[in-house]
Design a protein around this ligand. Sequence first.
Ligand SMILES: [Zn+2]
Length: 329
Amino acid sequence: MEFEPVIGLEIHAQLLTDAKIFCGCSTKFGAAPNTHTCPVCLGMPGVLPVLNRKVVELMIRMALATNCRINPECNFARKNYFYPDLPKGYQISQYAHPPAEHGWVEVEMDGGKKRIGITRIHMEEDAGKLMHDERNPVSLVDLNRTGVPLIEIVSEPDIQSAEEAAAYLRRLHETLVYLDICDGNMEEGSFRCDANVSLRPKGTEDFGTRAELKNMNSFRNVQRALEYEIKRQQYVLEGGGKVVQETRLWDDTAGATQSMRGKEEAHDYRYFPDPDLVPVVIDDAWIEEIRKGLPELPLEKRERFVRDYRISAYDAGVITASRALADYY
Ligand SMILES: [Zn+2]
């Protein structure tokens, strides 16, 4: 039997705001541990979060650039789980009422252009960071990152190969950087990607059991991890086995994915509306104002360079790969 992969990607992008999403603390990377903190982002009892308007604006920019429908009203929800880098015991995220849905982007593949759907974009806060000391049996926590604004961009399961996944990822990455809403630094974790992968018999419609892949901190690793995981699942299925629903970590040195834990379902998080935050209303006038300020996006720029400057598609791709170089050209 022949199998085909079905891949969906979840991208977390840190937004380039000066202040965190629900307090006035700085978002600057690299400060001494726990210096960019206050009672709100430390999750002290009795404090109240206040939404940073700039976060909504940057989310709208990305939603417009990816052809999403922007909902007139959205709200925040608590995603409950316990982890030492999450002092409140819940993450403020969005669940049942996201601000943007039903978008798409186009990627250029060898066979031509392909459209990949975007299920939703929502806003949330980042968690802190744990540091494990190899020599001493202690773990340290740095809460500077707690409350740094993120958008999560969830794709439809439209991606059918590791190459397509890499092309989609590059498209979103360059769009975020062109829009000047994320610095795109994968090593510092400001652009992160998780992937859901499953296989199904070729020509069928139902989805197979999926594994979630984490810990891929470069474009190359995303592609390698997906290639490995597709082969691994194929091997399991061809041997008559069953794929287990779980979260797997990419191990770069081993060149393999390894089981980390059983995959949670949404109901494990006991989502409920955050009673500390009012619904967010986005009116048409605000959307239009933001739309007017959008820059030319990389794909449009590429096509214009080919048309107006009569350079090859390849050269246009190289020149527009970074916005700085394209502006200089
Ligand atoms: Zn704070």
